[in-house]
Design a protein around this ligand. Structure first.
Ligand SMILES: [Ca+2]
Ligand SMILES: [Ca+2]
Ligand SMILES: [Ca+2]
Length: 320
């Protein structure tokens, strides 16, 4: 801890031009960030004033499948397409040929990396970024991007997290998150206003041991069981069956799926479009039928719904 503080102090001193010589706060052999020269590391610079690139950083696995690890950088205050703070995230591809130093994010061209832009203004996409593992089991590493201020299903600040599937084939550059369609990735929508789901996103390993990587999404301002801002976290299991998109967010959305299968009679809970219902039903129908587990009606929780959609569908019990 003390060492870290020294490094921080030293970095500040450098930034202020107070000290350019090793000695103050820098032990022999330390490397100041300003000394990165391309052979010992590189600097990656943001595009525009106020973008805030580097507010979140992570490894990105091997997103483009070329055998070299990639990184992902969030700039949640970026204004892609003039949309204030829609946010941008940048996947920078690793390379055996060396990377420019500094690497300017505006130079990403689809070959050396891609830009992933937020869907709507003030979504703050890229507030969290991470490798996701291989969520869909196609052999390519995927990434996950949080947009914790995004509106979901009319709920402001519910938050949306986007899993973008990696690919060896070139992806559009820029890739806009509003084009995520269930084939190139899927979106995980928060439940209630101001849940801020996606404020944190991380890979979860393989929690359920099915060989597919899982992810975890944090909603630190969720109010489970009427406990104000007790917070909720959601583990979403990977699946090699098609994901519904958007991924259900609320119990009422789950109810729609069940209703559409003739298993729930509470029509007041249906308020979504037919295509969305159909996509969810298709996901259910194409999922594995192994190890069904009954889920009682009326007690549908988000995590259980995620389970039933992402993994094997449960044996549904009709409402009485
Ligand atoms: Ca790569
Ligand atoms: Ca994948
Ligand atoms: Ca798994």
């Amino acid at each position: 801890m003390i060492i870290h503080r020294k490094k921080i102090v030293f970095s500040i001193a450098l930034a202020l031009g107070l000290n350019h010589n090793p000695g103050y706060g820098q032990a022999e052999g330390d490397t100041a960030l300003i000394d990165l020269n391309g052979s010992n590391g590189i600097t990656i610079n943001g595009v525009t004033v106020g973008d805030g690139s580097g507010g979140a950083v992570s490894d990105a696995g091997d997103f483009n499948g070329d055998g070299f690890d990639d990184v992902i950088i969030g700039a949640s205050s970026a204004d892609p397409g003039g949309n204030s703070s829609a946010g941008s995230s940048y996947v920078v591809f690793g390379s055996e040929n060396g990377l420019p130093n500094p690497l300017n994010l505006e130079d990403l061209n689809g070959l050396n990396g891609i830009v992933i832009n937020g869907a709507n203004f003030f979504d703050y996409s890229g507030v969290s970024v991470s490798a996701a593992g291989d969520v869909n089991g196609d052999g390519n590493d995927d990434v996950i991007i949080g947009a914790d201020d995004a509106e979901s299903n009319g709920n402001s600040g519910a938050g949306i997290s986007y899993v973008v599937f990696g690919s060896v084939d070139p992806l559009p550059n820029p890739l806009n998150l509003y084009t995520i369609n269930g084939i190139n990735g899927f979106s995980i929508h928060g439940s209630e206003s101001n849940d801020r789901s996606g404020h944190s996103v991380r890979p979860a390993g393989d929690v359920n041991g099915d060989g597919l990587d899982d992810i975890i999404v944090g909603a630190f301002r969720a109010d489970p069981n009427s406990n104000n801002q007790a917070g909720s976290s959601y583990v979403v299991f990977g699946s090699d069956s098609p994901f519904p998109n958007p991924f259900f967010s609320t119990p009422s959305m789950a109810a729609m799926v069940l209703l559409s299968m003739g298993l729930l009679l509470e029509t007041t809970q249906v308020n979504q479009s037919a295509p969305l219902v159909m996509s969810m039903v298709m996901a259910l129908m194409t999922s594995s039928l192994e190890d069904p587990e009954p889920i009682p009606m009326g007690t549908i929780q988000l995590a259980e719904v995620m389970c039933c959609l992402a993994q094997s569908p449960p044996q549904l019990i009709p409402s009485t």
